[in-house]
Design a protein around this ligand. Sequence first.
Ligand SMILES: *[C@@H]1O[C@H](CO)[C@@H](O)[C@H](O)[C@H]1NC(C)=O
Ligand SMILES: *[C@@H]1O[C@H](CO)[C@@H](O)[C@H](O)[C@H]1NC(C)=O
Ligand SMILES: *[C@@H]1O[C@H](CO)[C@@H](O)[C@H](O)[C@H]1NC(C)=O
Ligand SMILES: *[C@@H]1O[C@H](CO)[C@@H](O)[C@H](O)[C@H]1NC(C)=O
Ligand SMILES: *[C@@H]1O[C@H](CO)[C@@H](O)[C@H](O)[C@H]1NC(C)=O
Length: 529
Amino acid sequence: MSSSIIPFIVSLLILTGHSQFQFEYSESVCQRSWYNRFHLTSTTKPTVEVLRNNILMGKPVKVVITQGMYKETFNLDNLNMNGLVICGESIERMSRPIGPDSEFQPIIVCTNGDVSFLNISARSWNGYVLAHAWKVDSLMFSTRDYSPEHIPVTSRYLDGSSSNGIRDNFMAMAVKSEMRGVMRDRGYAFTMDNIHIDYATKHISGQSLSHVSQSLTSAGGIVFRDPPYHWLSSWETTGRRDSARWTMGDMKPLKHTNDYVALQWYADSCWSVVYEHDKNGQPLRGSFETLKTFVKMGYRVRVNFDGYSLEANSVFVSPDDVIVAQTSAEMARRGGADNDKTFFNTKTRQIFRLIHTTGVVRSHLYFIENGELSAKSTENMQMTWSVDTRPWNQVVVMDSKNNVTFGNVTSLLYAMETSSIRVKLELKESLFNGNNSEMFLEMTNVRSPNVTDGVPEVVAQSLRTVPFYRQGSSKDYFMYLKNNVKQYLQVSTKTGLTVAQFDMVTRAYVKPSDWLVESITWYKDERLY
Ligand SMILES: *[C@@H]1O[C@H](CO)[C@@H](O)[C@H](O)[C@H]1NC(C)=O
Ligand SMILES: *[C@@H]1O[C@H](CO)[C@@H](O)[C@H](O)[C@H]1NC(C)=O
Ligand SMILES: *[C@@H]1O[C@H](CO)[C@@H](O)[C@H](O)[C@H]1NC(C)=O
Ligand SMILES: *[C@@H]1O[C@H](CO)[C@@H](O)[C@H](O)[C@H]1NC(C)=O
Ligand SMILES: *[C@@H]1O[C@H](CO)[C@@H](O)[C@H](O)[C@H]1NC(C)=O
């Protein structure tokens, strides 16, 4: 393994101009794949000790489920423990195919074999949400290393004071990295959907938005509450936590409370800053070409501006050299100077953003209780762009007829178990002399309906994108102001791209306009040997 690592590291150094020290520090960590820590089958009942320790060391967790010929994988948003049982949730999951009758199916998977999912229609405001038990054949929990020492970047007591022996480099990491929180005392760990840095107070806050309420059972398990609700939480390094609760389906407000908690903050050491520009898109550090090179190789992207640090749910590369990060995993913070400045608004609002390398940030804020637009803004911002330096590689390329032109689907089927998967859509443009745009998608889940099929189908969903359009031939992109929709994408190795949209206010299904997909590329974040 080690011999093939070197050329990659060298090329990174040349591209980014980063100090040697920084890359040596995390070099081997970022070459590591997901590693199986717990594999439950009808014949094996492993103990949870190893998985438990990995979770308490801040590592992210990915699950692979098999049932008959069906296989599915996704990352877990949060992990909870009840004695010897560990359960995790994923909320970004829809029934297949994506279309008018799609349902959201948030899922909870447990090391005792208990799996159940909820059933929420995408096209109604119906609050009647049912949990369905799912009898699966096997469950594999894998973890991935975040840092060489597995120590937090800061560790906070209830009163916000930090424990000794911690490097406390959380401010620098917050600019560029994905972060996770661990409540060691409770045995609870989760991914921060976004981070905000308050430079005045030197505190950061992170939001956790993908949690469905859970309860511990007397039999030692963990289940969705009945009825279930969304638990949106905002965590600060001051120790303060804000919690807003909303019913599922009909989005009615429940209790909104705040308290103080002890939390360990972990940061993924594999992210590296590659480009910084001023509010007019003029380079300050690194270069646009470097960012573009990484984006075009399939790398994950984060962008930092005005204290916000967000991962792009999709990244759009236009042939006239503008890159647009689109984000939606964020709720508005109250702002101001009071102690509640990081709290959710009583009328909580989701923010959709288009963040351009020209410096332009367009933001739309929508009330989650009725889908109506609350506010919009266009601002020019200085930005810092970073990428996840784990090696991304093409696995399969399909043409506009969904014929495979590179790689094979069988290798994609293997890759979905051990790697993360991303997808690029090459979209036809009428401007730019035949050059096309490219859209790189975060995939929130990947499944194969029948792994024994001669050529098995692999299907992946990207559920956090927002629709946007170009104004004329400008470098500026816009979100729709009237008839706002939520958009869900699904990509299949057999049928290509499927798009479904639902009106945000009425939730009626909206037939999307045709996307002119010229090719589809599947990536995995694992070295090719
Ligand atoms: C979910 O509920 C709807 C009715 O609201 C029903 O038609 C559908 O079959 C259910 N889905 C599953 C997987 O049970
Ligand atoms: C590509 O797909 C089309 C339509 O499915 C099919 O007719 C054609 O033979 C395929 N071409 C190749 C080279 O496989
Ligand atoms: C698919 O690709 C793998 C390498 O990833 C290779 O070992 C295998 O032979 C290929 N299968 C076919 C049918 O081409
Ligand atoms: C598009 O492609 C042509 C030919 O490859 C190239 O000369 C041109 O600069 C490209 N870019 C744009 C923005 O048209
Ligand atoms: C899966 O594919 C195999 C081989 O094509 C087929 O025999 C089997 O019936 C399929 N199973 C399901 C559940 O579709």
